[in-house]
Design a binder for this molecule. Sequence first.
Ligand code: SF4
Ligand code: SF4
Length: 318
Amino acid sequence: MKDEQQLLDKQQQKAGVSRRNFLKTVTGTAAGIGISQMFNPALVKALEKALETHPVIWIQGQGCTGCSVSLLNTAEPSIADVLLKVISLQFHPTVMASEGATALENMYKIAEAYKGKFSLAIEGAIPTAADGKYCIVGELHHKEITMVDVVKDLGAKAGSVLSIGTCAAYGGIPAAEGNVTGATGVMDFFKANGIKTPTVNLPGCPPHPDWIVGSIAHLLTKGVPELDENGRPVVFYGENIHDNCPRLEEYDAGELSGKLSDAKGCRMDLGCKGPDTYADCYKRKWNSSMNWCVDNAVCIGCVEPGFPDASSPFYEPA
Ligand code: SF4
Ligand code: SF4
């Protein structure tokens, strides 16, 4: 066993991934998942295998690319290691060097070659009005390809789908009041088009990089994780922010912050939506575990299906 560990350590070092750091990230995920096997070196092997057999195609619709930026901020393992050694990312409009018809042709080729096996990551909402013309993702053989076309085609061919961010999961900001583009989330789009591919929602505006990397690692090695009624992995979205907030004692004592710069006090009067929000931000924290919304402002409930309308105005009590 010791020899096997040493060998794996050497392999990981050679591959540029610190095994300790790599497992820290995934076991950080696993600690919540409660999958003790995640501590096992077999996970590393399983991911190596998945790298060859289970590509990921990432498409972008109606969004701000913030979810991709969040993924790029993943610290351990580094984004280079995630993209090259954890996820076999075959198509990503922002990250890849290829573009135009060549890139699109390659995307369709991968989808065909790995039909029923590849994972489709969808970032951004899908604008369904005007025959999908609000979001043209490319052109092939002098024909415009819309986000609607790609999601219908690849969504049905994929083995699993990840809706990355609140726009993809539930419509998010593009589907907010005044929505003229017919923006819709993946779940509703699939229902309307009879697509039954298993789908995991990873809402957040943006979602935490650990939620993305951890869910993809789980999908590749163990399949679809346990989901809540809104299609979110329970491991990341199973806890109520308010019930676990470090300021709960202050809330119970009636000590409320009067302004955002107050270091102490519950943010309820400033508009905190923690009581209606389910995510593990309070313990995972953001920016490499430096801080989180309630430290600096308020929770705006960005992971919930009604966001942003249900949370607005952000800085007024619910
Ligand atoms: S700051 Fe927000 S989440 Fe924390 S105790 Fe107050 S209302 Fe609840
Ligand atoms: S604390 Fe609230 S607003 Fe901030 S990321 Fe988490 S769920 Fe979204």
